[in-house]
Design a protein around this ligand. Structure first.
Ligand code: BGC
Length: 853
């Protein structure tokens, strides 16, 4: 890159792009500091005098939400733990290309994804947003995703650096992780994406204690400046998680480059003052600005021509998130992710034609009625549609009569109130909202069409509170339930009776702890004889969400009179016994899996265990479909004929389920985490800080390594998945690389598809260390760890030769005393198989003392 000085009006030829560092040094200090805090929630400041346009960012990783201003839906991917179950880097890359195209369509420069924190405990609230419990699998898939997105000129922000495995008190806790574990486990995926050239890294909310130094992630100098930028040579931007930055000089000196969101926050004028006082050298600021300009150059936001900003280049945009190619890719991804947990007597797939084709299918379960397609929190996107399981099964099984029964609700809260019931006091459809001043004077009035709109921004100056008035036009006799969840100080009156009151004002913390999306709620039963209107009045606080803006939030839910849970269960079981095939879709729901909180239990919500047991007893052809992102306990798993783990499948939910059931697409998923049989067996059962500290005492024994070490038997182990084919593992041959070459070792395995259908296999390679007690060598080693894998397709009867590349790093340990990677010599054992506990081939791999780098 050439160094350039730009005179006004001078045009820079494309091959003479401005040098970010030189450009940074030419700017006035005020402008430089201004560039280091967001302009708004999702944008960075522009600086026309250097030809810098606004850079716009958006969440991932489930899709590209956009800034919320375009009102356009977004392609909704299966959640990361689902796509990780494919173990397929090619598919990750295709999904990455889709993310890039979606970013283009929405005018986004940087996608805030992927999440490479690990699934340390199954209770973690963002478990579904992470890829895997395994560092190698996470790293490889993240690299494929990042490279595919960045190849299209869209940036990624790999998050959350580092130790953000818990949601409980997430902005407060300190993750205490020993150095070997940090290097080998939690930093490993970050290191891989840095080596792959990632453009931005997001610093987490939590703190990290390393080498006895505890600091919040945005102000952790040894980690940001020392390791990430120094040792690893990261040349991109370190951005704070949203509202995460707590310090001015400390975070600036530590290596944080960009405070998000803005405006406001701890930098700005405060940072300017620190620089002027000499506490933060201007060179530190220059480096940050150079990094931001480099990022701008990478995403095409820097023309380098003073006064001229580059227009956003929408080239390569997805035309339509519901377009044919997108739909096909998302359907394939969801189907391929699906894991066959059990398939007794080959019940699956169920052919739609032929003598055995089902004539009557009972589709059962809360999640069959309302599929849970994505978890809650910042990753949330609004899809163009959600493919309905009933409609999809009807299309896939045209010869069958298909009925659907919920079998009881699984959510504690009622569904959103239907818009059709809402009337203003004047009798018009909708909800009346009055914006009130300090004295209760009415400053403005508006009518909201439905309760979905009940998170609305308050932009009118002087609005202190909001009064909501609505009549529910209820007709059916029976008990109606009005279910209201206010955020912040409030007073709620239903049918003339005060039902809830609080004077406790809240602030932006409700966004960070996600309580605005899961507030405490109050239910009011209303007994109705004759049709009448029931008035709901609410006086609500306007919450100051700082850079997220001022807003009002009320969850407005309602349950109509209807059958009891017992009656719904009976109906579902009766339908199952009258059918040739029962498909029971069970799982979690928006109350269970979300950013902002961890799960208190791994049990299925509601009475779903009872539902499964009763349906399976009523119909010998029962397929259980688990619609969840993170592990739930399935106590009946080995008693039902067939079970599939269907994940949080994204917008093509129904279509993917139909493809899996009919066998149009093989569900070739393999668990990227361990499925516990009993809650008591889980090696890391919670992520609750003790005195503000989460101690990663299990060390390097994360996930399946912990299960192996403790010799506990899970319901299904890491790497497990039956698919629809059968596989024989025939031989393995080890090829060692010439000195210094990468990969270090190649395992060539020969396998054969001995089943009746074409199949896809994920061949997994695990390493076992030479025998040496920990005290002798001074470092911990897992019993066995994932060292490589490869995905292969084979037709029935065909043999396939699979080459699994194993990097030198897979053999190495972090030597804490010397602060370097070390390759312990000895005879390693490479084991190849279908899962972490179904290992069918083995080969010794001798490593000599002093094997060259
Ligand atoms: C989340 C990040 C997200 C950011 C912006 C934070 O609360 O932790 O993952 O990118 O919000 O929405």
């Amino acid at each position: 890159m050439s160094s350039t000085t730009t005179a006004p009006g001078e045009t820079i030829a494309p091959d003479r792009a401005p040098d970010p560092a030189a450009l940074a040094a030419t700017l006035p200090l005020e402008d430089k500091v201004r560039l280091l805090t967001g302009a708004a929630t999702w944008t960075l400041p522009e600086l026309p005098q250097v030809g810098l346009r606004t850079i716009t960012v958006s969440d991932g990783p489930i899709g590209v939400r956009g800034t919320g201003e375009d009102g356009l839906p977004s392609a909704q991917l299966p959640s990361p733990s689902a796509t990780a179950a494919t173990w397929d880097e090619r598919l990750q890359a295709e999904l990455g290309a889709l993310m890039a195209a979606e970013a283009r369509r929405k005018g986004i420069d940087i996608v805030l994804a992927p999440v490479v924190n690990l699934q340390r405990s199954p209770v973690g609230g963002r478990h579904f947003e992470c890829l895997s419990e395994d560092p190698l699998l996470t790293a490889r898939l993240a690299v494929a995703f990042v490279q595919a997105i960045q190849a299209e000129g869209i940036g990624t922000s790999v998050k959350h650096f580092v130790g953000n495995e818990t949601e409980t008190d997430r902005t407060e806790y300190l993750a205490r992780i020993d150095e070997q574990t940090l290097r080998e486990v939690y930093l490993a995926p970050f290191q891989a994406v840095v080596e792959a050239g990632v453009w931005t890294i997001m610093a987490a909310y939590n703190g990290i204690e390393r080498d006895g130094v505890g600091a919040t992630a945005t102000a952790h100098r040894p980690l940001l400046d020392g390791l990430l930028k120094g040792e690893w040579g990261f040349d991109g931007v370190v951005v704070s998680d949203w509202l995460a930055t707590k310090h001015t000089a400390e975070s600036a000196l530590a290596g944080l480059d960009l405070v998000m969101p803005g405006p406001g926050g701890p930098w700005g004028d405060a940072l300017l003052a620190e620089v002027r006082a000499g506490r933060v050298p201007e060179a530190v600021i220059d480096d940050k600005v150079a990094r931001i300009l480099r990022l701008a150059e990478r995403v095409g936001a820097l023309s380098g021509i003073p006064g001229t900003v580059e227009p956003y280049d929408a080239h390569g945009a997805t035309e339509d998130p519901a377009g044919e190619e997108t739909v096909a890719l998302l359907r394939e991804a969801a189907a391929r992710s699906t894991v066959v947990l059990r398939n007794d007597r080959g019940l699956l797939p169920v052919a739609p034609t032929g003598t055995d084709a089902p004539r009557r299918i009972a589709l059962i379960g809360h999640n069959a009625v309302e599929p849970f397609t994505q978890g809650g929190g910042s990753a949330f996107v609004t899809p163009p549609h959600v493919s309905d399981p009933l409609a999809a099964l009807r299309e896939a099984y045209p010869g069958a009569e298909i009925t659907r029964h919920r079998g009881g609700p699984t959510t504690v809260k009622a569904p959103l109130v239907p818009a059709g019931l809402l009337r203003t006091p004047e009798g018009e459809p909708g909800i009346l909202i009055e914006e009130l001043g300090d004295e209760g004077d009415v400053l403005g009035r508006l009518v909201l069409p439905d309760a979905e709109a009940l998170w609305f921004p308050v932009t009118r100056a002087g609005t202190a509170r909001v009064r909501l008035t609505v009549d529910l036009a209820l007709e059916e006799p029976g008990v109606h339930v009005v279910d209201l969840g206010p955020v912040g100080a409030h007073r709620i009156v239903v049918d003339g009776v005060e039902r809830s009151r609080s004077d406790r004002e809240v602030g932006a913390e409700v966004i960070l702890d996600s309580s605005y999306s899961n507030p405490a709620h109050v239910e009011t039963p209303v007994e109705l004889g004759e049709p009448r209107r029931v008035r709901v009045e609410a006086d609500l606080q306007v919450v100051d969400g700082e850079s997220y803006g001022r807003f009002v939030r009320l969850h407005f839910r309602y349950r109509a009179p209807g059958p009891s849970i017992d009656e719904e269960l009976d109906l579902a079981v009766a339908a199952a016994s009258a059918a040739d095939l029962a498909v029971v879709v069970i799982g979690t729901n928006p109350e269970t899996e979300s950013e902002g909180w961890d799960r208190p239990t791994l049990a299925l919500p509601g009475r779903q265990d009872e539902l499964v047991r009763r349906v399976a007893a009523a119909n010998p052809s029962t397929v259980v479909v688990v619609n969840a992102g993170a592990p739930v306990i399935l106590p009946w798993l080995d008693e039902v004929p067939a079970a599939l783990w269907w994940w949080l499948p994204g917008q093509e939910a129904g279509a993917s389920l139909a493809a899996v059931l009919t066998g149009a697409i093989e569900p070739s998923g393999r668990l990227p985490w361990t499925l516990p049989a009993r809650e008591a067996d889980v090696p890391v059962p919670d992520g609750i800080p003790v005195d503000g500290v989460i101690d990663y005492t299990e060390g390097v024994h994360v996930g399946h390594r912990g299960w192996d070490r403790l010799d506990r038997t899970p319901a299904r182990e890491f790497g497990f998945g039956l698919g629809y084919a059968d596989w024989e593992y025939r031989s393995v041959r080890i090829e060692e690389a010439a000195d210094g070459a990468s990969p270090f070792v190649i395992a060539e395995a020969v396998i054969a598809n001995t089943g009746a259908r074409p199949g896809r296999e994920v061949v997994q390679a695990y390493l076992e260390a030479p025998a040496a007690p920990a005290e002798e060598v001074g470092y911990a080693r897992p019993l066995r760890w994932l060292a490589g894998f490869a995905v292969v397709d084979a037709d029935p009867g065909a043999e396939a030769t699979v080459r699994i590349e194993i990097a030198r790093r897979a053999f190495e340990v972090w030597d804490v005393d010397r602060s370097e990677w070390h390759l312990p010599p000895g005879e390693y054992r490479l084991r190849i198989g279908r899962s972490s506990r179904d290992l069918r081939l083995a080969a010794p791999v001798p490593v000599e003392d002093g094997a060259s780098q």
